[in-house]
Write a protein that binds this ligand. Structure first.
Ligand code: NAD
Length: 255
């Protein structure tokens, strides 16, 4: 399908839908300067193996190594601003055209763009929790200190390591966010999947789950994914260009 035809087909599906849910991945935030995991050259995966360094076992064994790995990502996330793709989804929600966003991202950019219903299935960098006494704190001051001095965040109450509330390999996904995501994936009649390689489970199962429940799928991604054949519409393009275009075509208000 030619890009213009694909955009028109996507707009038509969204216009007719009664319950639209978006599933987003790291690709929606590359336009904000945050590298994804798997894009060639820029992907974080290319330089490290997050399955090793970003596992809960790795963290418990050596929090300093984890913080050393996440430091550049934390810096870009702290400095990043939402981009037009985040704003387009927020605009669609305000206009009643989008029920929720299920995001694999930890960068808080959907909330900062004004989206209200965001299911953060891989956690977030909003808070940190002590791995020993489970006290919770605001994440930002600890990240700022990490960037400024290299200090590994430690619990003011008991001195043990503080872990950002992001889901590491080997950890359970947050039950409430995951069940809300599954509920919306079951209910939706259109799922708009943006900037995800669909390689990280169980989030990557949600489009197929929605499809089995009768939903139509629209994919917006720079590269092919293994699930492209399930989608009614596949747009291989930059989310920063495509999503504002879709929101405009649906009649969203302007920013
Ligand atoms: P991924 O890195 O596996 O895949 C990103 C996909 O987005 C790729 O297929 C790429 O082609 C596409 N993409 C990149 N830039 C794009 C753009 N401008 N427009 C459209 N598509 C674009 O990401 P994933 O599927 O989300 O899985 C990786 C895991 O990494 C997730 O668990 C996520 O939590 C984590 N992660 C999050 C962030 C973040 O919070 N911003 C950043 C890196 C990794």
């Amino acid at each position: 399908m030619l890009p213009d035809d694909a955009l028109e087909a996507a707009s038509a599906l969204l216009r007719r839908a009664r319950y639209v849910v978006a599933l987003t991945g790291a690709g929606i935030s590359t336009g904000s300067g945050i590298p994804d995991f798997r894009s060639p050259r820029s992907g974080l995966w290319e330089r490290h193996d997050p399955a090793e360094v970003a596992s809960i076992y790795g963290f418990r064994h050596n929090p300093a190594r984890f913080y050393n790995w996440i430091r550049p990502l934390a810096r870009t996330i702290l400095e990043a601003e939402p981009n037009p793709a985040h704003f387009a989804l927020a605009r669609m929600e305000r206009r009643g055209l989008l029920r929720s966003i299920i995001t694999q991202n930890i960068d808080l950019l959907h909330s900062r763009a004004g989206s209200q219903t965001v299911h953060e299935v891989h956690g977030h960098l909003r808070t940190v929790t002590c791995i020993h006494c489970f006290r919770e704190y605001d994440c930002r001051p600890y990240l700022v200190a990490l960037l400024e001095t290299g200090a590994v965040p430690s619990c003011p109450a008991c001195g043990n390591a503080l872990k950002p509330n992001v889901i590491l390999f080997g950890e359970q996904l947050p039950a409430r966010a995951l069940s809300a995501a599954r509920r919306d994936a079951a209910r939706c009649d259109v799922m708009l999947v943006v900037g995800s390689s669909l390689e990280v489970y169980p989030a990557a199962d949600l489009p197929a789950f929605a499809h089995r429940n009768g939903a139509k799928l629209i994919f917006v991604n720079l590269m092919e994914t293994a699930l492209d054949s399930l989608a009614q519409v596949v747009i291989h393009g930059d989310a920063v260009d495509v999503l504002p275009h879709l929101a405009d075509a649906l009649g969203g208000d302007s920013e």
